[in-house]
Design a protein around this ligand. Structure first.
Ligand code: CAA
Length: 296
């Protein structure tokens, strides 16, 4: 039975993943090399639990129990020593993930399942640096993790069927909706989402329409909660660029080539919400969406 879950990386995805496992009653160890990042993550989890409390979707005691279920650790080896499942949610860099998987493979119990929250890096490649590739799987949560229902479960080339079934069952117990994909570039979510975002950026680049018109058309016309340009800012323009590069290189089809405007924005440090500017400007504390001066 999967009771003890170790989550590696206390960024946006890691803290959301720790939140949902702890809320479902798991003992969670949240691991990050930076102690300050762990403190920030815990504050974020508390803030998001307070939102749920204010909406009446959880009670005060449930909030307290969720927080009690989370411990923090800066030492990866100690943090995974008693894990039944490790979910890696570190920065989306292949070499970093390969190094982390070598470390967790050496320190986690032999029957522990090793999952990665990667949005596009090959699960099969990650599995290949471990001594247990059949127990390595993709568990791709969506941002914001406490809100979004989907878990894209990705079978690596060697993933065992019972491991896949266990992760699907576990995702359901978290109140999520799992969907299974095989390990090809971008899996399903980003293979379909990123070309749409890229096409929205091309529409802007070629002067078909402005930022607000593109987002309004997709929001009001297709019932998307965010327009594609706002969503790109929310995901991170650097992340969008790197996923498009994985699709382009991995599938070898020019239709996935990232728009030059996206490459320029990332090169100039405009990465969306996290850098304060992308297609829109994000001023601290302001709820209004203001189009970047570059596109007015
Ligand atoms: N934790 C807990 N609850 C949260 C939350 C968080 N981090 N963020 C928002 N919420 C809750 C709010 O409390 C609110 O709850 P109610 O519906 O009960 O009132 C609800 O979510 C909506 O929040 P807001 O009213 O503040 O804002 P909103 O209506 O604009 O919704 C949003 C915000 C949920 C982010 C919505 O805009 C949305 O669904 N956007 C699209 C998100 C999306 O597409 N995510 C996938 C990105 S792709 C990805 O993650 C994968 C990848 O590999 C790139």
């Amino acid at each position: 039975m999967i009771k003890n879950v170790s989550v590696i990386g206390a960024g946006t995805m890691g803290n959301g993943i720790a939140h949902v496992f702890a809320q479902a009653g798991h003992s969670v160890v949240l691991i990050d090399v930076a102690a300050a990042q762990l403190e920030t993550a815990l504050k974020t989890i508390e803030k998001n639990l307070d939102r749920q409390l204010a909406k009446g979707t959880i009670t005060g005691p449930q909030k307290e129990e969720t927080l009690r279920n989370i411990t923090m650790e800066t030492d990866i080896k100690k943090g995974v020593a008693a894990a039944h499942l490790v979910v890696e949610a570190a920065t989306e860099q292949e070499l970093l993930k390969l190094e982390i998987f070598k470390q967790i493979d050496a320190a986690a119990p032999p029957d522990c399942i090793l999952a990665t929250n990667t949005s596009s890096i090959s699960v099969t490649k990650i599995a290949s640096v471990t001594g247990r590739p059949e127990q390595v799987i993709g568990m791709h949560f969506m941002n914001p993790v406490p809100v979004m229902k989907l878990v894209e479960v990705i079978n690596g080339y060697a993933t065992r069927a019972d491991v896949s079934a266990a992760i699907i069952g576990l995702s359901e117990k978290l109140g999520k909706i799992p969907a299974l994909a095989n390990d090809y570039p971008g899996f399903v979510a980003n293979r379909i989402l990123m070309p749409m975002i890229n096409e929205a950026i091309y529409s802007l680049y070629e002067g078909v329409a402005g930022v607000e018109a593109i987002d309004t058309i997709m929001k009001s016309g297709m019932a998307h909660p965010m327009g594609p340009l706002q969503l790109a800012d929310f995901i991170g323009l650097d992340v969008c660029l790197s996923i498009l590069n994985v699709l382009h290189q991995g599938l070898g089809n020019p239709k996935y080539a990232p728009c030059p405007l996206l490459a320029n924005m990332v090169a100039s440090g405009r990465k969306g919400v996290k850098s304060g500017e992308g297609f829109y400007i994000y001023t601290q504390g302001s709820g209004d969406l203001v189009v970047s001066e570059k596109f007015r």
